[in-house]
Ligand binder design. Structure first.
Ligand code: SF4
Length: 227
């Protein structure tokens, strides 16, 4: 009997299977929703640090200043002091204040509700025009604060997606945003959840240094690209 070759599974089908496996393993994705400006400030603080240090810096900033307008007009050194636990405090304090100043100059206040009327790409173009705001930060505002079906790609998502063969091994993080947010890739309704699940998996199992492939829940579904 001649064996017939199975048709290649579409990328979307693979993503659905991976997502189902990850959700079974880690449970449903959850994340507290905050406003677009809060999310923008939080994500700037998260650059090159872990969640604990980011949250400590964010809480310190909120405790020291009554609102974002007070952060906008504060002496730079005061903002730097408040966010030291996040690391790179000089760079981040400047990015926070310059983003706040840009919003204020354009809107006359710090309201970002006008973003609701813009397309995903218009929101990305607007936010990435601020110094220190890259594609991942803009994607976090879109996905977490605005509830749009847009998947942010952080270092964990980037690494795990490459190993799973969802994107080319050499794809940059910026290119990965484009690839994973195509209709032929991650289905829109899974983008928030798949992002959270890949981060959980990247932290716990598919680590940068020593991925635990032998005990990985994605075992049979993963081509282990680059391992
Ligand atoms: S099998 Fe290995 S490379 Fe693939 S997802 Fe699991 S830990 Fe990562």
């Amino acid at each position: 009997m001649v064996a017939t070759k199975a048709p290649p599974r579409s990328l979307r089908r693979r993503v659905r299977a991976l997502h189902r496996r990850l959700e079974d393993h880690y449970g449903p994705a959850q994340k507290k929703r905050i406003g677009p400006l809060d999310e923008l400030m939080l994500t700037i603080l998260s650059q090159n640090t872990n969640d604990t240090n980011r949250d400590r810096a964010y809480e310190s900033l909120r405790a020291r200043f009554p609102d974002w307008d007070a952060v906008r007009v504060a002496p730079r050194g005061e903002v730097e002091k408040a966010i030291k636990s996040a690391g790179l405090w000089k760079q981040k304090a400047r990015s926070l204040q310059e983003a706040l100043a840009a919003v204020y100059d354009e809107q006359g206040d710090l309201d970002l509700s006008h973003l609701e009327e813009r397309t995903d790409h218009e929101v990305i173009d607007y936010l990435t025009s601020f110094r220190g705001v890259g594609l991942k930060t803009a994607a976090c505002v879109l996905c977490f604060a605005m509830g749009r079906s847009y998947m942010p790609v952080d270092t964990h998502v980037h690494r795990v997606a490459r190993r799973l063969g969802l994107i080319a091994e050499r794809a940059t993080a910026d290119h990965a945003h484009e690839l994973l947010n195509r209709d032929s890739s991650v289905p829109p309704e899974l983008r928030f959840s798949f992002h959270i699940q890949l981060i959980r998996h990247g932290r716990a199992v598919c680590r940068a240094g020593r991925p635990a492939c032998d005990t990985c829940a994605l075992g049979g579904l993963c081509p282990r690209i680059g391992i």
